[in-house]
Design a protein around this ligand. Sequence first.
Ligand SMILES: NC(=O)c1ccc[n+]([C@@H]2O[C@H](COP(=O)([O-])OP(=O)(O)OC[C@H]3O[C@@H](n4cnc5c(N)ncnc54)[C@H](O)[C@@H]3O)[C@@H](O)[C@H]2O)c1
Length: 351
Amino acid sequence: MESITLKTPSLEGRIYVGTDVIENRLPALTQGQKNFVVTDSNVYALYSQWFKKWFDGVEIFVLPAGEENKTFPSLYAILEKMTGAGLHRTSRLFAVGGGVVGDIGGLAAALYMRGISCVQIPTTLLAQVDSSVGGKTAVDLGGVKNVVGAFYQPCEVLVDPTFLQTLPAREIKCGVGEIVKYAALNSEIFDLIEGKEDKFINLSFLTKLITDCICHKAKVVEADEKEGGERRSLNVGHTTGHAVELTSGLSHGESVLYGMLFETRMAIEAGVCEKEYGERLLAIVEKTIQIAPNAPLDLSHIEADAEKARSDKKNADDGKIKMSVAKAKGKWTVFSLPFEEYKAALVKAAY
Ligand SMILES: NC(=O)c1ccc[n+]([C@@H]2O[C@H](COP(=O)([O-])OP(=O)(O)OC[C@H]3O[C@@H](n4cnc5c(N)ncnc54)[C@H](O)[C@@H]3O)[C@@H](O)[C@H]2O)c1
């Protein structure tokens, strides 16, 4: 079991990674207070025996699976159930699932009685390498991703790669998409995955990558919890990715891969990203998209994507679209374009 500390002004949290984390940490974490679990319908169906073993007698809120349920009405229903269960300030919420459960469960923990203890148990690769760590919690509203939320750090994150054994290839691809994002920021992760894309189904290879990505994220979040500077690097591919997600109906991870594809091409074209390095990064992104090929992205939406990028919360008030992009190995920058230029560059990059 690997242990990583993430120390922010609000909390010193710990992240444990390994196939033994549940038996080593969960008994202690569930003792001594009232507990509440948020999970989703797929995870609950697949792991009903696991829940019986570890959370017998605990109130469990089962959210219907899917991003379309990361909403205010779902959040309200969770909070209502927490109130009905008589939770106190000292109670603890366990979010067991992918990024959707982690984001909405984390936000419920942040809001209930102005904040109760939260433990994240991520069950998708995307949630294990990325979303369960760093304390970003949110729901979507009015067609805008993650627009209502809070920074709220979990006291512990228990990352058990065994959960990945039931994950469909398409969801593995989504998580690898976030790993590729780390590769765009960290030369060691880049070297570890370049040319080894066929190993992404290997659990021990993934476990090493999960640990490396979490270590990278923990350092970034410690330096910049509220995303005033360095944490913006973690949004590589996400400006266009979020827009693609909203118009295409593809999942977050798949959309971010397209975001990285288009934004890297745009950055190379504009001379913002070194060409030779950018092409190596693009090769990794393209191979990752092929892990579980889906129907080609419907490019008839691309101008609508550009419009959606306008409402991205990373933009400031100057009307420019802001993208975090790789510029050289292990280096990133913010690439800003006025909206009309962004739209033209995106259309060119997508075809
Ligand atoms: N908070 C952050 O820092 C952050 C970072 C990245 C992404 N996100 C958010 O995360 C979400 C995407 O997360 P996701 O890709 O995990 O999506 P998800 O939570 O929808 O999970 C994907 C699918 O996998 C299923 N699933 C979960 N665990 C499983 C398992 N072990 N076996 C089989 N099926 C399983 C789920 O039921 C769901 O159908 C988005 O809402 C995105 O905005 C948040």
